[in-house]
Design a protein around this ligand. Structure first.
Ligand SMILES: Nc1ncnc2c1ncn2[C@@H]1O[C@H](COP(=O)(O)OP(=O)(O)O)[C@@H](O)[C@H]1O
Ligand SMILES: O=C(CO)[C@@H](O)[C@H](O)COP(=O)(O)O
Length: 572
């Protein structure tokens, strides 16, 4: 490593952990550290998988947990002798949709932090609410109905805000909390997204929201590039004054994803040795940051296998639909991020894994799951007379399709006809492949309009599929994902697969502070410095003629299965 060049720090504050990664201008990684919420603070904050679950479908995280985690992750970087004094810029990525409620003392407390004390000791009184609603929350069906009623249809709401109404979207969450906790809402001076909350700690003042992450609220009018007055009014009680008050709690939205919002707060200078000149770039959502972890080309897709599973593409075409999401691109005006998001990702796969016999204590906990996933043929069709097996494994109520928690097992002929619920079910060992197939079939179904043929004679599919997030470490998941989704050029994983969003945050910091004349685009700058070798690894063939088509034949049956279940099992 050059011993005097600038360094950049990227964070990822996601559901189950806080990660930090330090890189150089040439994008090489210098050091990284992480705090695992359950391992480090599980008992103290009574969290499971980073969150607390309550009645009515509420899911939230204690804000104090994140304050403690920030001090701890910085200490861990310091303990590795990371030269924090050389960090020129910081950015980061955070779980989307979560909201943090600041009280009237917030600015005063943020601006007067003393390095002899911890963040949690000094900032507990800065909040009007000690909890941040989490993206897994599903307590807001009433509010979702109102959002769609107010705009007329789900399609119209999606046209304006990039998404139809979603339980986890911040606008519906704010509307519910205002109804449930009016005095808390009244005592709130500002509302941050998780991304602008983390940026605020570093800035020492409440930071503006980010132009991409703001699209996860159902409040931002994407084509109009402004808050939707109609939706602000709805979320704040139906009056003009209420809308104005909410607008001021939300604050201005920063239009530029790059540049500096200001220098780092003196707390971090005194306590951890940061340079007082270190700048803070806008932080964004973890999914927008993931598409910044590598130069994405048209027809490339990213599948993020974290707590949630997401499917991401970058596109210049704004084509919203109630079954998926559009966000502004985090760095490039005129570009958009297409996203599918599933609640039933990593934890649902873990549940199937844990129903199988446990591998020996010392070996990979996924060994048995992987062995079954790889030894089961596609759709468990072993002979011509076999029927294809299709399942849905929803540990939590799903987002799209909007189906309650449950497990369903169906069968159909290999050509997709004759769909019926499986009478005898199937052994748990078959679930290992079936759950990965099911998650991938859902993504293929919903993204099919966005892909075209990547080469002559090839069916429409992504060019490359990049896997990131914790699950990308799993070779069996990579193989089955590729079988279903295709990927003419193969399936790849990022070498820092589990750290992709933190890396995207760090790349964003490099671009934010080093872009030429404030004009050079993210793709131009990162494209020149990013080297494929050492950054990604091919982990699967992707498109396999015959196999891809086999899954294509049952795609209609998969959709029909969802529709049938939806009719009887719509979320309460
Ligand atoms: N080898 C593995 N195989 C499959 N899944 C894994 C493996 N290692 C980690 N995971 C999954 O990764 C998930 C965490 O992913 P991560 O991207 O770090 O989560 P988040 O960013 O949501 O906190 C865990 O829930 C776990 O199921
Ligand atoms: O709700 C969404 C996206 O809409 C989730 O993707 C969250 O952003 C949390 O992500 P992970 O913790 O799974 O990374």
């Amino acid at each position: 490593m050059a011993d005097n060049g600038p360094l950049y720090l990227g964070f990822d504050l996601s559901t189950q952990q806080l990660k930090a990664i330090v890189i150089q201008s040439d994008l090489s990684v210098v050091s990284s550290a992480r705090v695992d919420f359950d391992q480090d603070f599980g008992a103290k904050y009574k969290i499971i998988n980073g969150v607390i679950k309550e009645t009515e479908g509420q899911v939230f995280a204690p804000v104090a947990l994140w304050l403690e985690s920030l001090d701890l992750v910085l200490k861990r970087l310091q303990d590795q002798n990371t030269p924090l004094n050389r960090i020129r810029g910081i950015s980061g990525s955070c779980q989307q949709h979560g909201s943090v409620y600041w009280g009237r003392e917030a600015e005063k407390l943020l601006g007067a932090l003393n390095a002899d004390k911890t963040l949690v000791e000094q900032l507990t009184d800065a909040f009007s609410h000690p909890y941040a609603p989490n993206w897994q929350d599903h307590s807001t069906q009433n509010e979702c109905d109102k959002f769609e009623e107010t705009m007329g249809t789900a399609e119209r709401l999606a046209q304006v805000t990039g998404s139809s109404a979603h339980h986890r979207f911040t606008g519906t969450q704010i509307m519910r909390l205002r109804r449930k906790l009016p005095s808390m809402y009244e005592a709130t001076s500002r509302i941050s997204l998780v991304s602008s909350f983390l940026a605020s700690l570093f800035l020492g003042t409440v930071a503006p929201m980010d132009i991409s992450d703001v699209c996860g609220m159902n409040l931002w009018d994407i084509p109009g590039n402004n808050w939707s007055e109609t939706l602000l009014k709805l979320a704040s009680g139906g009056t003009q004054e209420g809308a104005a008050e909410l607008r001021s709690k939300l604050g201005e939205v920063r239009q530029d994803g790059g540049g500096s919002m200001g220098n780092i707060s003196s707390y971090f200078v005194s306590k951890y040795g940061f340079s007082p000149k270190c700048g803070i770039a806008p932080f964004t959502g973890d999914n927008p940051a993931t598409i910044l972890a590598l130069p994405l080309r048209p027809l490339d897709a990213i599948v993020s296998l974290g707590t949630s599973t997401t499917y991401l593409m970058s596109t210049p075409i704004y084509k919203p639909d109630p079954s998926y999401h559009f966000f502004n691109h985090p760095t490039t005006p005129g570009q958009y991020m297409f996203m599918l998001c599933y609640k039933n990702g990593g934890l649902a796969r873990e549940k199937v894994r844990d129903a199988l016999p446990r591998p020996a204590e010392s070996s990979d906990p996924w060994a048995t799951f992987n062995q079954h996933a790889l030894s089961t043929p596609p759709l468990d069709i072993r002979s011509e007379s076999d029927r294809a097996k299709l399942g849905l494994y929803f540990d939590l109520p799903e987002i799209v399709p909007n189906i309650r928690a449950g497990t369903w097992r169906y069968e159909c002929k290999p050509d997709g006809t004759g769909l019926q619920e499986s009478r005898s079910g199937w052994p748990e060992s078959t679930d290992a492949r079936a759950i990965i197939e099911s998650q991938a079939l859902s993504m293929r179904l919903r993204s099919q309009k966005l892909v075209t043929t990547p080469g002559e004679g090839l069916p429409a599919q992504p060019r490359r599929v990049y896997l990131v997030g914790g699950g990308s470490l799993n070779p069996a998941i990579a193989q089955v994902m590729g079988d279903v989704l295709g990927g003419a050029d193969g399936i790849y994983k990022l070498d820092v697969g589990g750290n992709a969003c933190a890396l995207g945050g760090a790349y964003k910091a490099v671009w934010a502070f080093e872009r030429r004349d404030n004009k050079e685009t993210f793709d131009e700058l990162i494209g020149k410095r990013w080297k494929e070798e050492g950054a990604i690894q091919k982990v699967g063939e992707g498109y396999k003629q015959g196999v891809f088509e086999k899954y294509g034949s049952v795609l209609g049956a998969f959709e029909e299965m969802e529709e049938r279940i939806l009719k009887v099992a719509r979320n309460a």
